[in-house]
Ligand binder design. Structure first.
Ligand code: FES
Ligand SMILES: [Fe+2]
Length: 446
């Protein structure tokens, strides 16, 4: 039950109790209060309940975080002929041609959880890169990631497992695994723990209030670190909301839009009031409000060759006229295949960052989150509006991604050159042994 509904229920219960209770000293004998006080009292209670709910909602709107959660069927599918969204999504997924895909799991850092979702002693079962992992926080506060399946008889350590100190105990027979290296440190009924008893340990880090894991198809150690945003660590920029989407596409499609300049002036030109459904965004009545974009994308040089930077200038067009006073500047830095920092420098409207994380769940299913942190002294409505506007624009891309095919040799014109440049840059995250769709193994043993 939502907080608003809870508040409404409490008030309604209180109002109901007042209506049916007969005070002993009320002088009205066994008559219920409502019959004594009449409909005016009932109306007053109802109004009071409404006022509390309205005040609660207003507080949430002004000060609470904005949370937008979408399932894989929610966005980007066309449900026609009486079909449900889920049916339309299933059909689209079944019929779609995938194209000649690059490897499905590039090497890099991927977010598994928000830090706040994992308290001391918690364990969570997460699917990442087609694998089940147990993410747990030891009693010392450190987060660890291990393969979820116990080496003994395969129970899932994250389903009923218990955190013991810095270890995770299997719910089936009580074997305990160290969070630092995945080695089994205790078998409660055995004299000796075999040397080879262990589960895979994933490199992980916790930065910017997120827990990430490192994946490399050959088991190599992390080749770069995800930088800390100092303002988040120091608490100068605070959490103001997040969006969550599941996208049916190859991971590369999502960052590739940074090199696809032309799509901005078409797909993202209609004002956000035109919505997300691509069948209607070019609505003539709403054409008085449009967006204009100027952008530049460049890969960074060594030792930051795993990064690229997109500089974005956004202009509002109202009734065909550019309003320079409302120009906004953004800088998006992509770090590897799965993490982007979108820094917002909005002058008097303050500063902050949206962290975009793309984590493959399966070869063609991406979990994408956008989390906004913003100057704590700015009205929360500002970052919430930015996140909402960004989500509307993003969901237009989702509708494209969910239905498109990957074309390895696209038919492009001179002005599309940055797409190929982006593909060359992104190819550094694939190695010879990177898992491919057609040669998909049962697991990613390395
Ligand atoms: S299956 Fe985990 S201890 Fe037996
Ligand atoms: Fe886009």
């Amino acid at each position: 039950m939502s907080a608003e509904k809870r508040a409404a229920a409490v008030v309604a219960l209180a109002a109901g109790a007042a209506l049916v209770t007969t005070p002993l000293d009320s002088g009205v004998g066994a008559l219920p209060l409502w019959s004594a006080a009449g409909p005016r009292a009932a109306a007053a209670c109802a109004l009071a309940a409404l006022a509390v709910v309205a005040a609660w909602r207003l507080c949430r709107l002004l000060f609470g975080p904005l949370v937008i959660l979408r399932t894989a069927d929610d966005v980007g599918y066309v449900a026609e002929s009486g079909r449900s969204k889920a049916q339309a999504a299933n059909e689209a997924r079944r019929r779609r041609r995938t194209g000649d895909l690059p490897p499905v799991y590039p090497n890099g850092w991927y977010k598994v959880l928000d830090s706040c979702a994992l308290r001391r002693g918690d364990v969570k079962n997460v699917t990442v890169l087609g694998e089940q992992v147990a993410v747990f926080r030891g009693e010392d506060g450190e987060a660890h990631v291990l393969d979820a399946y116990c080496a003994h008889l395969g129970a899932n350590l994250a389903v009923g497992g218990q955190v013991k100190g810095n270890c995770l105990e299997c719910p089936f027979h009580g074997w305990q695994y160290s969070g630092s290296d995945g080695k089994c440190v205790k078998i409660p009924y055995a004299e000796k723990v075999p040397e080879f008893a262990k589960v895979r340990h994933w490199h992980s880090c916790e930065v910017n209030k997120q827990i990430l894991v490192w994946f490399h198809c050959d088991g190599e150690d992390p080749q770069w670190a995800v930088p800390e945003i100092q303002q988040i660590t120091k608490g100068e920029w605070v959490y103001r909301g997040r969006s969550e989407h599941f996208i049916n596409a190859h991971i590369q499609e999502i960052p590739e839009n940074a090199g696809d300049f032309a799509h901005l002036s078409h797909l993202h030109k209609p004002g956000i009031i035109s919505g997300t459904d691509l069948r209607y965004i070019h609505n003539k009545i709403l054409k008085f409000f449009q967006h204009d974009w100027k952008l530049q994308w460049e890969p960074e040089s060594k030792p930051n060759q795993h990064c690229s930077t997109l500089s974005l200038k956004h202009c509002f067009i109202l009734f065909g006229r550019h309003v320079p006073q409302l120009d906004l500047d953004f800088v998006a830095t992509q770090m590897g295949p799965g993490v982007v920092f979108l820094q917002c420098h909005l002058g008097l409207l303050g500063r902050g960052a949206i962290i975009q994380c793309v984590t493959p769940v399966e070869p063609l299913l991406q979990h994408v989150t956008h989390t906004i942190f913003y100057q704590s002294n700015m009205l929360p409505l500002i970052p919430k509006f930015i996140l909402k506007a960004e989500t509307i624009q993003f969901e237009r891309d989702v509708m494209i991604w969910n239905n498109k095919k990957y074309i390895s040799k696209p038919l492009i014109v001179k002005e599309d050159a940055a797409i190929q440049k982006h593909r060359r840059w992104f190819s550094q995250f694939y190695s010879e042994n990177s898992p491919r769709m057609q040669y998909q193994r049962d697991n990613l043993d390395f």
